[in-house]
Design a protein around this ligand. Structure first.
Ligand code: MOS
Length: 703
């Protein structure tokens, strides 16, 4: 079938506020999350993680724990089944060996999974896991990230490692104003409410998994490859997910549970503790970034260089592409960007909300603010003077670029025009007050998806798609999209998701979920509507139409496609304690057609709130001696709380839609955090006159 792109449809339910269709189930406890679902004969597995940061496992002494009450088995590298790991998965990358558990005796970092203890109850499993004796041959480890590591190298990841045009040194030398600064961001963790959990069982040669993931097809595909199964022999379900942020793909719980279930011939559940999440589910790497800008007297860029270094593990190359954002945001006569990595004896980092853009925009947008100061040009005006016509690196046209509209609307709402540009001159009692701004962008991508829509004999419609609603409101958005495509009230739509048996679909990540699934749902629903004869009889099984967007989305590659934004922050800095309080924050976004203003605002404000947290609080600190984190829990890792966030965090949007998307959607998953920390840091400079180039901006660093 073909999917004809069309302008936003006649006024319908898309674009109007709807509370979550599953909201009542969630607040009354009726919604069951991965770890809540009961199974007859369920056994419980607890992972055992390495206590050394590098070395070999000499022995796993299982005898004592096997004699403990309820203990059923202990899996480790000496007895676990061999898995396949030499493949490239649907996201175009090989599996992180952290998830391919118990395959060898090497320990590449502290907190590496070395065994699984399975018992009748979670308490018995935990008690036994706590006392399992694992002996190691320890080797010296190295966990120190620094800008001058000789073993750092340029790396591609999802984009080319290096881009380069023009003579950078010549343009810098010819520039009237130059900024050359290093910015650092710390290790940060996803810290979503619901820990990773998976229950697995085998029915003949078929593997069934109930978990908490942000990519049903992704997880099912990887499990099939690891266990050498036909894709149709794996079923993954994930009905409700308590947050993901990039870390909920294939992780040790699914794989270890499947191994143990095969051995015991009964369902096995593996839940991670909060502490375990800090070493086996990925994190955002710390970054060391350098930005060099050279400009004409009026602020127009002649030279732009952005390099970003991140750490990765010795077993997996993960690139946090901090320099990528400069490839989209600003052009210059000479333009150079590079993402670099260094391999350390640390856990593998992974995607975390706005991977690349979140730390990258902190460095780049703070550097722009520094340049504005040097040029004596307003920070918004400086950005408007540097708006590129086409993709600075790709050379492709933009499918709409509404950065200027976001800044203009934001300036009006925030009262920017009344701003005195001088730093450190506004006082409110013991507080110094300042405002700051930053631009935001995130790619608007799409992944192939399939969906099925059924017209039921009772006049309702059932949508089936293997999407994950990770708390974003995707289920509700798809309900509205289906309702409009069918021209019926949303009450007549029942969206079922989170089941790989519904067919392949894209992931709830990369800001691509609602857009990719919405396209497939709209396509199937439109065709179904055309097929239905008014007043016609339906067969008992209804009429079902399936869609597949693989061919339709291919045309999108001809343009650079992004969601855009402008962030504004006002802060107050306590001159005696160094405490920074964000007083208000405004984000204005050009985010395509907004499907549900209620959940969209929620998602954007969530991202901005995380930006406050990133700017002022979050920091995981690695102990060089043990190679492990200090305080790897939610007491030691400080996420912004209600007391840290003002009520005046507001997200709004300008008119925008993607002309090539059937619904006009671009995606809003990640852009909320982009630029948010930079806006706060720029406001701290405006308040105090001091630049803070390392996050978080802690009180002891402010003083
Ligand atoms: Mo997002 S980091 O793609 O879940």
């Amino acid at each position: 079938m073909t999917v004809a792109p069309q302008r936003p449809a006649v006024p319908g339910q898309v674009g109007t506020a709807h509370t979550r269709v599953e909201g009542r189930d969630k607040v009354t406890g009726a919604a069951r999350y991965g770890g809540d679902i009961p199974f007859a004969g369920l056994a419980h597995g607890m992972l055992v993680l390495s206590t050394v940061a590098r070395g070999r496992i000499r022995s796993v002494d299982t005898g004592a724990v096997l004699a403990m009450p309820g203990v059923l088995t202990v899996l480790h590298h000496g007895n676990a089944p061999r898995l396949t790991s030499d493949y490239v998965g649907m996201l175009g990358v090989p599996p992180d060996p952290t998830a391919v558990v118990f395959q060898h005796d090497r320990v590449p970092h502290a907190g590496w999974p070395v065994a699984l203890v399975v018992a009748e109850t979670p308490e018995q499993a935990r008690a036994a896991a706590d006392v399992l004796t694992v002996r190691y041959e320890e080797e010296p480890h190295d966990v120190a990230l620094s800008a001058d590591r000789p073993d750092a190298y340029a790396a591609d990841g999802h984009m080319p490692g290096t881009t380069e045009k023009g003579d950078l040194e010549a343009e810098l030398a010819a520039s009237a104003h130059v900024v050359d600064a290093e910015y650092t961001t710390p290790e940060e963790h996803h810290a979503m409410m619901e820990p990773h959990v998976a229950t697995a069982w085998w029915d003949g040669g078929r593997l069934d998994v109930v978990d908490s993931d942000q990519g049903i097809t992704w997880v099912a595909d990887e499990l099939a490859r690891m266990f050498s199964l036909d894709a149709s022999a794996v079923r993954v379900r994930s009905e409700h997910v308590g947050g993901g942020f990039g870390s909920k793909g294939v992780r040790p719980p699914q794989v270890a549970a499947a191994m143990a279930a095969a051995e015991l011939g009964r369902p096995v559940r593996v839940s991670l503790t909060r502490r375990q999440m800090f070493s086996v589910t990925g994190y955002r790497s710390p970054t060391v970034q350098r930005v060099r800008l050279g400009a004409e007297p009026d602020g127009r860029l002649r030279a732009l260089e952005h390099t970003s270094l991140n750490q990765t593990s010795t077993v997996y190359e993960f690139v946090e592409p901090g320099a990528g954002v400069a490839r989209t945001m600003y052009d210059a006569v000479a333009h150079r960007t590079e993402n670099r990595v260094v391999r350390l004896d640390v856990p593998s980092p992974t995607w975390m909300r706005a991977p690349g853009e979140a730390p990258g925009s902190f460095a780049l947008e703070c550097a722009l603010d520094e340049l504005a100061e040097k040029c004596g040009v307003d920070p918004i005006e400086l950005r408007l003077r540097n708006e590129p016509e086409t993709g600075p690196v790709s050379g492709l046209p933009f499918a709409g670029r509404n950065v200027a509209a976001c800044f203009r609307e934001g300036a009006r709402r925030f009262g920017w025009d009344a701003r005195d540009p001088r730093p450190g001159v506004r006082r409110d009692g013991r507080w110094l007050v300042g405002t700051g701004t930053a631009a935001a962008s995130f790619p608007a991508g799409t992944l192939p998806s399939t969906a099925a829509v059924t017209a039921e004999p009772d006049g309702t419609f059932t949508v089936r798609i293997s999407a994950s609603d990770i708390g974003t409101g995707a289920r509700t958005a798809l309900t509205l999209i289906a309702a409009d495509a069918l021209r019926v009230p949303s009450e007549r739509i029942d969206v079922r998701l989170g089941d790989s048996d519904f067919g392949p679909s894209g992931i709830a990540a990369g800001s691509m979920g609602t857009r990719s699934w919405g396209w497939a749902v709209a396509a199937a629903a439109e065709e179904l509507r055309e097929r239905l004869v008014p007043g016609g009889e339906l067969p008992p099984e209804g009429i079902t139409v399936r869609s597949d967007t693989t061919a339709a989305i291919a045309a999108l590659a001809a343009k650079e496609r992004h969601t855009w934004g402008a962030q504004f922050a006002e802060v107050a800095v306590d001159v005696t304690t160094g405490e920074v309080r964000v007083r208000r924050m405004l984000g204005v976004f050009a985010a395509g057609r907004i499907v549900n203003p209620l959940t969209a605002r929620n998602q954007l404000v969530g991202g901005m709130t995380w930006g406050i947290s990133m700017a002022l609080h979050e920091e995981a600190v690695r102990d060089p001696a043990s190679g492990a984190l200090y305080g790897a829990d939610l007491a030691g890792y400080h996420v912004a709380t209600h007391a840290d966030v003002p009520p005046e965090v507001e997200a709004v949007w300008v008119d925008d839609h993607d002309p090539d998307d059937p619904v006009g959607i671009k995606g809003i998953g990640e852009v909320g955090i982009v630029g948010a920390a930079a806006a706060v840091a720029n406001a701290v400079w405006h308040a105090t006159g001091v630049r803070h180039r390392g996050l978080p901006i802690r009180p002891d660093r402010v003083l």
